[in-house]
Structures are given as C-alpha cells and as structure tokens.
Design a protein around this ligand. Structure first.
Ligand code: ADP
Length: 497
C-alpha cells in the first residue's frame, strides 16, 4: 500500500494549521473546560488537528443561543424568500470551496478524494439547492370541515424550533448537509454535533455559515464525544427535536434520552442491505454494481450491499466477478486521486472489521478474496468476498461497516421465497434488485421491507428522493418533501364565521 504524504491546497493547509474552535452564538470559542482532543489521519495515523472537547456546558450555551435566535432572532420570522436565498448561497459557497472540502474529507475520514468531490461534496451542494426551494413551499391547507355552521378552518406550518443534530463519521459533510439544509429552510435553529472521528469539515462549514450571512446563534457547532456532548444534546429539555444518524444501538439510547421532554426524534440507523441478482440480470452491470455497493466508501455506508444473493445459475460468475472487481481496486491514501479504496475511519473500526473477518472464517465462510487487514500503517482492510455464507453466521446477521460482502445463492424461483431471504434481517434500509424483467423488479420492490429500493443500481440517493428505514433502520424519512414533516409542526386553526 502506497501511503502518500498528503498534498494539500494552500487554503486547506491554513485551516489545519490553526487551532480549531467551536461555533456558539456566532463566535468561535474554546470548550468551557479548555480541553481539546486529537483528530487523526486514518491512512498515516498522524495527528492532523486538535479540536475543542465540548461537553454538557458547551451544549447548554449552544442550546441557549439557538433558543434566543429562534424566539427573538430574525431567522424564524424572516421571509421564506430571504431564507431560501441564504440556503441557496450555502450551496454556492460549498461549490466555491469544493476541492478544499473534498481534500478535508479525504484527510479526516480516509475516503478517496475523487469520491469525496463527486459524491460527498457535490451531494451536499445539491442538497442545499434543493432544500432552498422548500423554504417558499411550506404551505398549510384550507380544510373542509363537516361541523354544522360556517367555518373557516385551515392549517399553518411552523418551524419545530431548536433542533439537535447528531451526525456520523462515514459522510461527515454530507450528513451535516442532509440535516442542516431542511432545518434551515424551514426556519429552525440548530445545534450540530459532528462525530468525534471526523469533526473538521463541519467546523470549516461553520465558516461558510457566517460567510452566507446566517444570523448569530442560528447554527451552533459543538465538537465532542457522543457519551458527553451528544448525550447532553439528546437529553436537553430546551431542544424541540433531535435528528440522529448513526448506529442502531446509539439510536435506542437517543430515544430514551429524548423521552424526558418528549422531543421529536428522527433516526437513520444501521443496515444489512440485500443485493439480489436474478438469472436474467445484465451480469456485467450487476457485477460492477454489486461490487460498488459494498466497496464504495470502504463499505462504510449504512446502505452498503453487504448481503449479496445470486441465483444458483449465475452464482459462480457473480462471485468470481465481484472478487475480480475487488482485485482491481487501488488501495492507498485518500488524497491520491487514483485511489479507489482508502483506510477505515479509525482503529476501533479496524479492530471491529478484523473481528468480523476472523468470525466469518471460524464459522466456515469461504474467503474468495481478501480477508485480511492490509499494510502495517493506517487502518486498511482488503476488499473481501465471503462465499458460502448462511443466515446463521454473525457476518450475515450483523452490520460490519467494512468492505466485506457475504454471498449466498438461491435456487427458488418464487419471488415470495426470494423476498423472504432478503427480509431475514432486523434492518430495512435499502435493497437492490438486479434483473431485466419489469415484473420481477417491481414485485420485489413491493415485497421487500426496506425504506429504499434500487433497481439495477445500489447506494442511490437524491435530494428529492425520501430516504430512511423500515424496522430497526430508523424512524422517519430524510430528503424529499417528507423531511419537512420533521422540521415543522402543523397547527390547525378553526374560526366560527
Ligand atoms: P459508530 O458506532 O458508527 O461510530 P455512533 O452511533 O456511535 O456510530 O455515532 C454516531 C454519532 O452519535 C456520533 O456523533 C457520536 O458521537 C454520537 N453518539 C455516540 N454515542 C452517543 C450517545 N450516547 N448519545 C448521543 N450521541 C452519541
């Protein structure tokens, strides 16, 4: 593995060179306790920055600022058109600094810079532009009531208030954009807590918040750990809603913490998504697509196609094809534009994935390719294909969050039976179906219990396409018009005429 020394754009070097601070009420400040924590480049294990170790005291200040900005500040009362223009501007500013953000993500998370630019950063730009449109489209309705007499009944859509947003490390900037864009468009104020593994792009984005002219206190960004800063935010009595993306385990903790004041909760949690290849699939497309479904972002996607089902008649070809695709991936430092597979985000993830590889081998899975950690520096793992797996293996049941796919074959021709395999999981975030048959595709779309279904593609996403999970993959939908439900309250008004 060639771990290249990072080559950085000058703007980014300046950002890394400074002591980072957190954003509270429009000011960049240290944590109240004066402490910081280290941020690591997962490819070289070098320390690249120190950021404030925010905890409850900082969350309290940030929530108070967001509350003031909501109750008495201009944001929630600004005309929707003005808010729309400012949210749009965030997209423009991200575009202006796009290369810098892509490098920052590659350095902090480890992901290939080319993917960061085309996926994370571009996706974030488009999210702000799409959501800017919703600011001017949050209308209530007039309601035809059936009570006797003359009535004028209608609904108003109002911003939900102060929102706590807790985000993960797999798509640091994009997860911030998914959450900030709709909250801002609807007139909410925000306290954002980035993941401790990857706090840098959110802090850099805080500078764009100011450059865009968003009033002080509307967006507050506090770095810190989950059990302290995150927990304080989820439990805070003055927060009206918490939006969380992360593990199912922590999602359950968030729900319990939020119960104190019954704040609204939306959750995007884990997945163990099936990718199902039918015998009539375009096999070149299906092999390339199912390989990408698991290896993209080093397998650290909540939608990763980690359970690959191939019909018996194409099983050998699919296994060999995905293994060959794995062999072609260039592993290395994310900042190298020719690299396709970077390191995992952290030592913890590296140890976890290694544990799953050992467990798969012990439980009798056939290691077709990969199967080991890679290199002796950084958190690299070989892209791995485990064949002859079955429903009872830990590698099939649990979310690995690494570049490891478990392949199973099926020979049943009833769609009902195939859907049963696909649904044999506690998760339900995404599924992909690979076939040329329209009926198979759309019948499977109905039978699979998942929030998002992809036909002849996987890991699909678009700002207009509602995204979220069935079962233990979460509550609610982000993106599309559905997300606005999370960030607004409906108020019903009835007037006797
Ligand atoms: P992973 O296990 O993939 O690292 P987590 O679900 O632990 O993902 O983390 C996602 C986000 O949730 C991070 O911002 C993390 O700091 C935060 N978090 C972790 N534990 C808690 C907690 N107990 N309360 C609130 N937030 C938490």
């Amino acid at each position: 593995i060639a771990v290249r020394k990072p080559l950085l754009g000058s703007a980014l070097s300046g950002f890394l060179g400074q002591n980072r601070k957190i954003l509270i009420d429009g000011k960049w400040v240290q944590a109240q306790n004066g402490q910081t924590f280290e941020v690591e480049d997962p490819a070289t294990q070098e320390i690249i920055a120190h950021v404030p170790l925010g905890d409850k005291a900082d969350i309290d200040l940030a929530v108070a600022a967001a509350r003031r900005a909501f109750d008495s500040g201009p944001w929630s009362r600004m005309s929707p058109g003005e808010r729309s223009r400012i949210v749009w501007k965030l997209g423009d500013l991200l575009e202006k600094y796009a290369d810098e953000f892509a490098e920052l993500e590659a350095l902090d998370n480890g992901k290939p810079v080319t993917n960061a630019r085309k996926g994370d950063v571009q996706g974030s730009i488009e999210m702000f532009r799409y959501m800017a449109g919703w600011a001017t489209r949050l209308n209530g309705e007039t309601i035809q009531v059936s009570s006797p007499g003359n009535w004028h009944a209608y609904t108003l859509r109002e911003p939900v208030g102060v929102v706590g947003q807790i985000i993960p490390w797999n798509f640091p900037l994009m997860m911030a954009a998914w959450k900030l864009a709709p909250a801002l468009a609807s007139g909410c104020t925000i306290v954002l807590k980035p993941a401790e593994q990857t706090p840098l792009s959110a802090l850099r984005f805080g500078e764009l918040i100011q450059e865009a002219g968003i009033p002080d206190g509307v967006v507050n960004i506090v770095t810190g750990f989950g059990e302290t800063a995150g927990a304080a935010l989820a439990a805070h009595p003055d927060v009206d809603k918490v939006a969380f993306t992360g593990s199912t385990e922590v999602g359950k903790i968030i729900v319990r913490a939020a119960a104190g004041n019954l704040k609204r909760v939306s959750l995007e949690l884990g997945g163990k998504s099936p990718a199902i290849v039918f015998p009539d699939a375009d096999l070149d497309l299906a092999i390339a697509g199912t390989a990408d479904a698991i290896f993209y972002n080093q397998g650290q996607c909540c939608t990763a196609g980690s359970r690959l089902f191939a019909h018996k008649s194409v099983y050998d070809k699919v296994v060999a094809g995905v293994a060959a695709a794995a062999g072609k991936l260039k592993i290395g430092h994310g900042l190298d534009p020719t690299v396709n597979l970077g390191p995992l985000v952290s030592k913890e993830q590296h140890d976890r994935v290694k544990g799953f590889l050992d467990s798969g081998r012990k439980e009798g899975a056939e290691v077709v390719t990969g199967g080991k950690i890679a290199g002796n520096q950084g958190y690299f793992v070989e892209p791995t294909v485990l064949a002859k797996t079955n429903r009872d293996m830990r590698v099939v049941r649990e979310e690995i969050f690494g570049p490891v796919v478990c392949v199973q074959s099926f020979d049943d021709d009833s769609l009902e039976a195939v859907a049963k395999f696909a649904n044999d999981t506690e998760y339900g975030l995404q599924a992909s179906v690979w076939t040329r048959n329209l009926k198979t595709a759309h019948m499977m779309a109905r039978k699979i219990k998942a929030g998002t279904i992809c036909i002849n593609t996987h890991n699909y996403g678009d700002p207009a396409w509602p995204f979220g999970g069935y079962k233990q993959s979460g509550w609610g939908r982000e993106m599309g018009k559905e997300v606005m439900e999370h960030y607004t309250e409906t108020k019903s008004v009835a007037a006797r005429l």
